[in-house]
Structures are given as structure tokens and as C-alpha cells.
Write a protein that binds this ligand. Structure first.
Ligand code: ADP
Length: 735
């Protein structure tokens, strides 16, 4: 503002100065002209006066000459000496006037020359006249005439001079008149010019005055503004919201508010004593930064906010944010704000630590940390480093939980999960399979907690995911191994059985063969010995019966082995077998459903044997279904309570099924339709069930496939049904 003002004042001042200068020049010119006019006027006056004197002198000379002529002529005509005395005219006075005339016209060369000539003529003629007078003895008219002639010459010279003077006089008068005229014009012009210039100067002076008045008013307003600003700054300083210091570039702190002093633990007296110096307050490693700051302040006048540290009075350090600027008036001093960052740094540090802890937690406990919004869209996902095959960071942000691809979605489980999410309830260990980058399955177990804001509004979920692929694989491998083992067990059992059967049966068969060969030999003898043949055949029949007895004995042996009597939960035992065969079920894409009656009383018996029965039925069903191409493969295991027989277990499949004629045959030992089959499984199963006091049978399934059922008696004293954990599994579908 002051800059603009001074510029405008110069702009206005310039023409005024010009006008004043012109005015002065005009006045000066007028002075010069006036002086010259005065000089000329003087010269004219002088010339006029001299002219007058010359004419007067000439007149006097003329009258003197006339007197001289009258005196001499009277004398010459009368010779009366009184004539000479009566006029009293002397030659001396003529000479004096002539000299006076010479002096008067000394400046005029022509007149001067004439005057000189006149003087000479006068002197000569007066002498001649004196001579005539002295020599005249008689009155003589001729002498008088001669004298008059002499005087005429003088008179003629005088006339010449008078004429010249008169001519000069005219010139002088003309010059005088011209000067007068010029004076009038000059005065008029001077008056006009001076008045015009004076008017312009006046106008400009008034403009200048107005401008000055305005400038003063503006200055006053500015001053008021500055004062108001000053007050505001003072208030800011006194408010002690931030530390404020006034310093000089040498490092001295000239002024500081309470906040700054408080921040550093100093008092007013420390400030007053001049002990506070910016450099001393700055730790050594920050001094470089200070030097740069000073350089920046010198160059730019201001320094952008930056972080540094100060020493407190007690020697501890305080982290601060500061920025500053130098004063406009004195570039050596300036003001800075200083903000205490201790709290912020502490909070930052706490946050950083908390994040580190959180990361460690995620790193070691979970593989994924996720957040969703109220619409179940992922807003944040963090994958552990170990999850090298996780999705690209951010690739799933914005997608809902339903839009992220999952494998083998279990409709029922998803529906329930969705309900949980929509009800904003927490959930635990929800297991999902998702495609890995190589197309393999990645199993994740997800848990989440709903998040509500302070008003109680649901804002989303926060949760973790655990990568359970390895665990799943291990479990599946274990199951497969157990199944293999079960198979192997079965085969081993069968093998042992077969070995003993082979051993027992081998002998009668070997004997049969020997006897048959002997019989053939007796028949081919000449003549054949029929008695021996009969004998041999009799032995063959005996051995055949012995072999049959061996088989019967084995069955009887199995039946006779008294089963162990444990009390156990049948549903639990069934579910264990379901879990054991899970990988087989999955492998052959079979849907296995269980419908287990809730609250069944315990079953008494050999848990392992009965599990073998169930396992055998499940494996048979899987084998039957995997061998056929018939539509949907479904395996269902139901249990239900029967008043008469206790509990009824049904295993139903959708395989090729059984012919009505085969329903009993399948239970025969060694009956098999499989190339690798033993045909002993069902026979042994029936024996085991019967050994437990139950019954076992088979029938075709109405919907296609086979149904195998068996009953088991329940523990007699158990009347009140107990809630078994497996009861919750009712209706559960295991994909
Ligand atoms: P293996 O399984 O060694 O053949 P099993 O005694 O278990 O011996 O079965 C005897 C036969 O009964 C099988 O070969 C098969 O022909 C028939 N069978 C068993 N279970 C089923 C089933 N679920 N569906 C159709 N046929 C079956």
C-alpha cells in the first residue's frame, strides 16, 4: 500500500513541478525582458535629454552669436564703444558654449566632428571679427558686412547641427513610442501566461492536496489495520496455543510467550537475563538444520515448517515442529511458531508399536486380516508373508464376500453364513475353499466379529482367516491312510482267514485229488477194480464233507467269539466313519447325507467291530456307485429308533442295486461280483451284527440302488434319552 501511494504521489507531483518550473522560467524571462526594457528606456531618456541639452546649447549659441553680431555691427556702424558694453557678450562665453557642445555630442561621431569644426570656425571667425573691430577706424558698412558673412558661416554650421539633432530627436521619440507599445504587449502577454500557469499550478496543487488528504486518510486506516492486526497477533501470542518466539539471526531469543517457556521448562527471568539462545537450545545433530534455516531465512525471508528438537532446561529433549519468517522492517529479526510434538510422537510411537504387535499377531496367528463394510464389501485385506499364493493385494477390495470366488460352495452352509452376517452376529472357523493361482484348492478358515460405531450402527466386520490347506491335506492324508488301513485290515483279516481256510481245506482237497487219481487208475486197470474205485469215491465224499465242516467251523468260530461289551454313542461312531471316508466320497463326487435320530440311548457292544460293519457298508456303496454311470451319486445313512429292535441303521445308495434274487446271496461267504473281491465282507458283517444280538438284511432301493439295514438292541436300563453331541449333526450335509 505505501509503495502504491508513493508512486501515485510522484505521478501527481511531476506536472506540478513542471508547471512551477515553467512559471519560474517565465518570471525569469519577464525579469530579463524588463531589465532590457528598462535599459533601453534609460538609453532613450538619456538620448532625449542629451538631445534637449544639445538643442538648448545650439539655441544659446545662436542667440549669443546674434548678440555678438548686433554688438559688433552697432559698433562698426557707429564706432560707439557703448555698443560693445551694452550686450556684455564676450568671446569667452561663445568659446565656453562651443566646448560644452563638444562635450555633449562626444558620443555622436558626426556631430562631434561638426562641433569640433564649429569650435575651430568660431575661434577663427571671432579672431577675424576682433581684428576687424580693432582695425576699424571709421564706421564702415563693408566691415560690418564682412563680419556678418563670417557669422553666417557659423550660423549655417549651427543650423546643420540643429537639423541633425532634430532628426535624432525624431528617431529617439519613435524608439520611445515603440518601447511603450512593446511594454504594453509584453505586460499583457506576461499577465496571460502567468495567470494561466498560476491557474494550472493551483489546480495541480489542489489535486495534490486532495491526494495528500486521501493518503493521510489511507495511512490512518492502514495504521488502524496494523494496530488491529497487531492486537490479533498479540492475542495469538498470549493465547499460548503454540509457542511463539521473536529472535534475531544471531540466535538470540528476544521474546517468547509462556507456552514456549513452559515447553522448555524456562521462566520469564531466564528470558529477561538474555540467557536463551537458539543455538544453545539446539542439540548438536540439529545445528546443521539450524544453519540451513538461517540461510533460508536470509534468502527467502521465510522458512517452511520443519521438525527438530530442543533441549529442555533439565537437559531432556522435546521434539517440535517450527516455521518462521523475518520481519519486513528489520531483516535481522523475525518470529517463529514452535509446536510441541511430544504427544503426537508418543501417539505415533504407540500406534507404530500397536501396529507392529498387530502385524506380529497376524504374522504368527493368522494368514489374513480383513475388514468389510456394512454391505459386506472388503475394505481392507492384509495377507501374511507366508501366504505366498494369496490374491494380489487390493484385488478383492470393493467386492462383497459373495463376489470373491470360492470353490465347492456348500449352498446350505453359505445360506447359514449369510444369515449370520445379515444378523450381524460373530462367526468362528467358517471353512472355505478358494482357487489357488495354480488351480489347486486353498482352504481358509474364517472368523469375524461385527463392528458397531458409537451410535450402535453396524459398520462392517473385522476378522481373520487361517490358511488351513496344509492341515486339510494332512487330515485328508490321514483319513486316506486310515481308510487304506481299514482296507488293509480287512484284507489282512480276510487273508488270515483265507490262509487258515486254505490250510484247513487244502488237506481234504489234496486227499480228494489223490483219491480221485487213484479211482481213475483203478478204473483204467484191465480189468477195472470197481471195489477200489468205490473205496476211493467213498474217501472223496468223506474229504468233501470234511472241507464243508471246516467252513462251517470257521463261521461257528466267528459267531462264537463273544463280542466286547462297551457302551458307546452310535451316532458318534457313525460320524467318525463318515469322516474317515470323506476323501473317498469327495474323490468319487458323491453326496453323503446323514440323518441320525437325536437323543439315541447308548449302544452296548464292540465299537470297533460295529464301526467295521458301517465302514464295510459305506465302502461297498462307494464301490458300487463309482462302478456305475447312473445319475446323481447319493449315499445316505439314517438311524431311527425302533420299539421292537432298539435301533435301525440304514445305508442307502444310488448304485446299480441288487436283484431281488440276490438279496440273500450277497451274504454268502465267497459270493462276489468283483474281480478282486473276496465275497467275505457281508458274511462277516452279518455274523458280527448277529453276535451283537441284531439282524442284518438287504433290499433294492425304490429310487434305484441298494439298501442295507441292520438292527442293534439298545442298552436295556437306558430309558431316558440323553442329548448326544452328534444329535446336533442331524441334517448335516457333508460335501
Ligand atoms: P466283496 O465286496 O468282496 O465282493 P461282499 O460280501 O462285501 O464282498 O459283497 C458281496 C457282493 O454283494 C458284492 O460282490 C456285490 O456284488 C454285492 N454287493 C454288496 N454291496 C452292494 C451294493 N451296495 N450294491 C450292489 N451290490 C452290492
Amino acid at each position: 500500500m505505501p509503495v502504491a501511494l508513493s508512486q501515485s504521489s510522484r505521478w501527481f507531483a511531476r506536472p506540478l513541478a513542471l508547471v512551477v518550473a515553467v512559471l519560474l522560467i517565465v518570471v525569469f524571462a519577464i525579469g530579463i525582458f524588463g531589465f532590457r526594457y528598462w535599459q533601453e528606456r534609460q538609453a532613450t531618456t538619456f538620448a532625449s535629454e542629451r538631445n534637449d541639452e544639445v538643442l538648448e546649447t545650439l539655441d544659446r549659441l545662436k542667440s549669443v552669436i546674434a548678440d555678438v553680431e548686433a554688438q559688433r555691427r552697432g559698433y562698426l556702424l557707429t564706432l560707439d564703444p557703448t555698443y560693445l558694453k551694452a550686450y556684455g557678450v564676450s568671446d569667452e562665453s561663445v568659446r565656453r558654449d562651443t566646448q560644452a557642445l563638444q562635450a555633449l555630442v562626444a558620443n555622436d561621431p558626426l556631430q562631434s566632428h561638426r562641433a569640433e569644426h564649429l569650435a575651430l570656425t568660431v575661434a577663427e571667425k571671432l579672431r577675424e571679427i576682433d581684428d576687424i573691430v580693432k582695425t576699424a577706424r571709421t564706421s564702415s558698412g563693408s566691415a560690418a558686412l564682412a563680419m556678418m558673412r563670417s557669422l553666417d558661416e557659423i550660423r549655417s554650421q549651427l543650423d546643420q547641427m540643429v537639423d541633425h539633432e532634430r532628426f535624432l530627436r525624431v528617431d529617439v521619440d519613435r524608439r520611445g513610442a515603440m518601447l511603450e507599445r512593446r511594454k504594453a504587449w509584453f505586460i499583457a502577454a506576461a499577465v496571460v501566461i502567468v495567470s494561466a500557469l498560476a491557474a494550472v499550478a493551483l489546480a495541480l496543487a489542489r489535486l495534490e492536496a486532495t491526494r495528500r488528504r486521501k493518503a493521510i486518510a489511507e495511512n490512518l486506516a492502514l495504521h488502524g489495520d496494523l494496530e488491529a492486526r497487531d492486537k490479533k497477533i498479540r492475542r495469538l501470542v498470549d493465547a499460548n496455543i503454540v509457542g511463539i518466539i521473536i529472535w534475531d539471526l544471531d540466535g538470540r531469543i528476544l521474546e517468547a510467550n509462556d507456552e514456549f517457556l513452559h515447553m522448555l521448562g524456562y521462566g520469564r527471568e531466564d528470558l529477561a537475563s538474555g540467557r536463551l539462545n537458539r543455538t544453545d537450545l539446539t542439540p548438536a545433530e540439529w545445528r546443521d538444520r539450524d544453519v540451513r534455516t538461517v540461510a533460508e531465512l536470509k534468502q527467502m525471508g521465510t522458512v517452511q515448517p520443519f521438525e527438530k528438537e530442543y533441549f529442555r532446561k533439565d537437559g531432556s529433549r522435546v521434539p517440535v515442529l517450527m516455521g518462521g519468517t523475518v520481519f519486513e522492517q528489520s531483516r535481522n529479526q523475525g518470529v517463529s511458531f514452535v509446536l510441541d510434538l511430544t504427544e503426537r510422537k508418543r501417539a505415533d510411537e504407540a500406534l507404530r508399536r500397536s501396529e507392529e504387535r498387530f502385524r506380529t499377531l497376524v504374522h504368527f496367528s493368522f494368514d489374513v486380516y480383513w475388514e468389510t463394510d456394512a454391505q459386506h464389501r472388503f475394505t481392507h485385506q492384509e495377507f501374511a508373508e507366508s501366504l505366498a499364493d494369496g490374491p494380489a493385494p487390493g484385488s478383492e477390495i470393493g467386492k462383497t464376500r459373495w463376489e470373491v470366488p470360492y470353490l465347492e460352495p456348500d449352498e446350505e452352509a453359505w445360506r447359514k453364513h449369510r444369515e449370520t452376517l445379515d444378523a450381524h452376529l460373530p462367526f468362528r472357523d467358517f471353512e472355505l475353499a478358494r482357487p489357488g493361482p495354480d488351480g489347486s484348492r486353498r482352504y481358509v478358515s474364517v472368523s469375524g466379529l461385527p463392528v458397531f460405531d458409537e451410535t450402535g450402527r453396524f459398520v462392517g466386520y473385522r476378522g481373520v482367516g487361517r490358511h488351513i490347506t496344509e492341515r486339510r491335506r494332512a487330515e485328508e492324508a490321514l483319513r486316506a491312510m486310515q481308510a487304506e488301513l481299514a482296507h488293509a485290515n480287512r484284507i489282512t483279516t480276510m487273508g488270515q482267514l483265507t490262509a487258515s481256510i486254505a490250510h484247513e481245506v487244502n488237506q481234504p482237497i489234496a486227499a480228494t485229488v489223490t483219491n480221485a487219481e487213484a479211482a481213475l487208475r483203478w478204473l483204467s486197470a484191465q480189468p477195472p477194480d470197481l471195489g477200489e474205485v468205490r473205496n476211493s469215491l467213498g474217501l472223496i465224499v468223506k474229504d468233501g464233507k470234511r472241507a464243508g465242516n471246516v467252513i462251517g467251523g470257521i463261521r461257528a468260530f466267528i459267531n462264537k467269539v463273544p463280542p466286547r461289551k462297551d457302551r458307546f454313542d452310535l451316532s458318534e461312531a457313525i460320524l467318525e466313519m463318515v469322516a474317515l471316508t470323506r476323501s473317498e466320497v469327495l474323490k468319487h463326487r458323491i453326496l453323503l447325507r446323514t440323518e441320525l435320530a437325536p437323543g439315541l440311548p447308548g449302544v452296548s457292544g464292540d465299537r470297533t467291530q460295529l464301526q467295521q460293519v458301517i465302514l464295510n457298508l459305506i465302502l461297498n456303496a462307494i464301490e458300487a456307485m463309482s462302478a456305475s454311470d447312473k445319475g446323481a451319486r447319493e449315499l445316505r445313512i439314517d438311524t431311527e429308533r425302533e420299539v421292537k429292535h432298539g435301533v435301525l441303521v440304514t445305508v442307502r445308495d444310488t448304485g446299480p442295486g441288487l436283484d431281488p434274487g440276490d438279496v440273500e446271496r450277497v451274504f454268502n461267504a465267497f459270493y462276489t461280483t468283483k474281480p478282486e473281491g473276496m465275497g467275505m465282507g457281508l458274511a462277516i458283517c452279518r455274523s458280527m451284527v448277529e453276535a451283537h444280538g441284531g439282524r442284518m438284511w438287504a433290499r433294492p432301493n425304490e429310487a434305484g440302488g441298494a439298501v442295507f439295514q441292520f438292527t442293534l438292541p439298545l442298552v436295556r436300563d437306558e430309558t431316558a434319552p440323553s442329548e448326544s453331541p452328534a444329535a446336533q449333526a442331524t441334517g448335516k450335509t457333508t460335501p
